[in-house]
Design a protein around this ligand. Structure first.
Ligand code: PRP
Length: 202
């Protein structure tokens, strides 16, 4: 996740920082949530989801690219309930200098129809909530049998949109986080832990 001081993703606003070429040597930003904590929480979430979907023949997991790819792969491998993995990709766009709020648009849709299916949308982070609100509005039009949401991280202080969260891993303060799928200018996604990215590392 790439948040500037205004809380906007630089990939969303086309900041020049996002065009920077990653340095071959990157210092590790300080840890906010450890690998051990993430692993334990993913296990708990999987157990809860297995219980909640115990009577379901098939659960469709929809990962929101790119940020969810590591969380989704770890969560999916812990689930016992039969499941199918799908991906969807969106991007936010807009001009933070203007009065207009950012909008979200679809970049890549799921591959198969989800009509009549039990769907669990998997996000890495809910920040303003705009992405999730957009996806919930979009997917409900496809008439799934059920639609729930699981996010690893939630920043309640930043969430503006009214969104429903059924499962969440950690509630975090309004800090700039990277790792475990979340990026800053495409860096740090593969850190095994969640880190807080200090200003001097942006
Ligand atoms: C991040 C994250 C969520 C979204 C949350 O994606 O993966 O999809 O932002 O922000 P919101 O609650 O304010 O809408 P990002 O735009 O950074 O793209 P990426 O996942 O491809 O890195």
């Amino acid at each position: 996740m790439c948040l500037d001081m205004g809380g906007m993703s630089c990939s969303k606003i086309g900041s020049r920082r996002c065009e920077a070429v990653a340095s071959p040597v990157m210092a590790a930003p300080p840890q906010l949530i450890s690998e051990t904590e993430i692993r334990a929480r993913v296990d708990q979430l999987a157990t809860q989801i297995d219980e909640d979907y115990a009577d379901v023949d098939l659960l469709v997991l929809i990962g929101v690219l790119k940020g969810s790819f590591i969380f989704l792969s770890d969560l999916a491998r812990k689930l016992s309930v039969p499941h199918r993995v799908e991906f969807i990709a969106v991007e936010s766009y807009g001009d933070r200098q203007s009065e207009q709020p950012e909008s979200v648009r679809l970049l890549m849709d799921v591959r198969h129809d989800i009509g009549g299916e039990h769907v669990l949308l998997v996000e890495d982070i809910v920040d303003t909530g705009r992405t999730l609100a957009y996806l919930q509005r979009l997917l409900v039009t496809r008439r799934p049998a059920s639609l729930k949401t699981c996010t690893l991280l939630h920043k309640p202080d930043r969430t503006e949109e009214s969104v429903t969260l059924d499962y969440w891993g950690f509630t975090i303060p309004d800090v700039w986080v990277v790792g475990y799928g979340l990026d800053y200018a495409e860096r740090y996604r593969t850190l095994p832990y969640i880190a807080e990215l200090p200003p001097e590392m942006r």
